[in-house]
Design a protein around this ligand. Structure first.
Ligand SMILES: [Zn+2]
Length: 483
């Protein structure tokens, strides 16, 4: 039986390096971990019990990617997405670790029981990538939080605005205080859907728009000649994000031992505020993520088409100028030397699918959520790959997220780490088609888009689980583990 695997890589991205270099990586297959890394290509002296993998000159070995923001929706809304399809889409794009959001499944992960139900279901169905879970904070569940934390959730997500699903109500400031008090003495991480609409506090958000869905609520009253996208944009202004940010900064100071995180930052106007908090006020317990769609899409692509609802998400896709500013910030940060000084700490998919029926209608009516699981690296590499060092780009998709959720043996090609790695072809151009999408409902704003760079092979704990050449039939399924 083959016990070891040796990767002879003309180009491999090693920890803290900006550029790939030649390396020989040895893996113990019984442990699924990396046991040695040597610079240069050094073929083994004896070849018994060893599988040798020679990587072609133009391909790059990268660490397995991590996506800490996905909605897999199982159980309860499995027709929207599921553990099998979601994690298959993940490995097809080199993502070896997912962290699942606490809402859109039924029950949501807001109780220890809900967490156990999800775990059981995932084990029963089988998962194709490794998978962890976020818990959720909703009004009144503060008594569950420490229990969930002790049982392995990576932190807690809450909404400051209507979430769109009734089983996951948003929190008010007093609910947050109760949650933070309950978590005192831990260093728990609290994630915010950071849009805050305090313009009409007397009207419960649920009655403002009967048709609202997650990430989709709106209450615009503008003229009917406007396109539905501009009405939708007006209903979710940047001020919502700025107001939420101010509240969250207040909490970072009230509870310095807890950690606070803003999911899917969309507004570039928030950057000066975050800069001030992180650098002038020296706030250390605040992190920020943005999504592929805010870096790759802009409202100019949508404005006159009322039915391009595959672009709908909350906070919304904003202007091209906004998109450019977010990218500028990423590039600026990536040229710095010191670690942990970034405004945006990492980039996620926020893969949030639904069934086609819910994407029907115009922007005011349809479900908000963009599907892109598996496309992330190609999207980002295609967009900024020629402007940023590969090592810096990959940090956003791997180590920075591993650190955030405390995965000590993931995120880098390092001795002792789980042997999650991918073979990336940076030169190939390919077009996203419905067939190339492996998540359940093939609705995505990227269909038809040509991208440069593709993940060709994905290894999970040393095992080849995805080979682009072989497609779905060649995928080795259900090799993922719960984290
Ligand atoms: Zn989300």
């Amino acid at each position: 039986m083959v016990k070891r695997q040796i990767i002879l890589a003309p180009q491999a991205l090693l920890p803290s390096k900006d550029d790939p270099q030649a390396a020989t990586i040895e893996i113990d297959l019984s442990l699924g971990t990396i046991i040695s890394i040597k610079e240069g290509i050094i073929p083994p002296l004896q070849e018994e019990d060893v599988e040798i993998i020679k990587i072609e000159d133009d391909k790059i070995v990268l660490p397995g990617l991590i996506d800490t923001h996905v909605h897999l929706n199982q159980p309860g809304r499995t027709e929207w997405e599921g553990f099998q399809t979601g994690t298959l889409a993940a490995i097809s794009g080199g993502v070896t670790t997912l962290i699942d959001m606490p809402l859109n499944s039924i029950p949501p992960t807001t109780t220890l029981k809900g967490l156990e139900i999800k775990r059981k279901e995932a084990l029963k169905i089988g998962i194709n990538s490794d998978l962890g879970f976020w818990g959720g904070i909703i009004p009144g569940n503060q008594g569950e939080l420490v229990n969930m934390l002790n049982n392995g959730v990576k932190g807690f997500k809450c909404f400051l605005i209507d979430s769109g699903v009734e089983e996951f109500p948003h929190v008010e400031e007093e609910d947050l205080i109760k949650a933070c008090e309950a978590l005192k003495g831990t260093n728990a991480l609290i994630l915010f859907h950071a849009e805050l609409d305090d313009s009409n506090p007397c009207i419960p958000t649920s009655t403002k728009n009967e048709n609202s869905h997650s990430h989709s609520h709106n209450h615009s009253s503008s003229s009917s000649s406007q396109s539905s996208y501009s009405k939708f944009l007006e209903s979710r202004p940047e001020e919502f994000e700025l107001k939420a940010l101010k509240l969250i900064i207040k909490f970072t100071k009230l509870y310095p031992e807890l950690n606070f995180h803003i999911v899917h930052l969309s507004s570039s106007n928030a950057i000066p505020l975050i800069k001030k908090a992180k650098f002038s006020e020296n706030i250390k317990n605040l992190t920020i993520e943005t999504c592929f769609h805010y870096l790759c899409l802009s409202s100019e692509l949508i404005l006159n088409d009322d039915f391009k609802t595959e672009f709908k998400c909350c906070p919304p896709i904003r202007s091209e100028l906004n998109r450019k500013r977010l990218i500028e910030n990423l590039l600026e940060d990536s040229s710095k030397n010191e670690k942990n000084e970034n405004i945006i700490n990492y980039i996620v998919s926020d893969h949030s699918p639904c069934i086609p029926e819910l994407k029907k209608g115009n922007f005011l009516e349809s479900w908000g959520g963009i599907s892109s699981l598996g496309l992330g690296l190609s999207l980002l590499f295609n967009e900024i790959g020629n402007k940023i060092k590969l090592g810096k780009l990959i940090n956003f998709l791997s180590i920075n997220q591993a650190k955030q959720v405390n995965l000590k043996n993931k995120g880098e090609l390092k001795i002792g780490n789980q042997a999650d790695f991918i073979i990336f072809n940076p030169n190939v151009k390919w077009t996203v088609t419905t067939e190339s999408l492996l998540f359940k409902n093939k609705i995505s704003p990227y269909i038809g888009k040509t991208l440069k760079g593709r993940v060709e092979k994905t290894y999970l704990a040393g095992q080849l689980v995805w080979d682009y050449e072989k497609g779905i039939d060649g995928a080795v399924l259900s090799q993922g583990r719960l984290l």
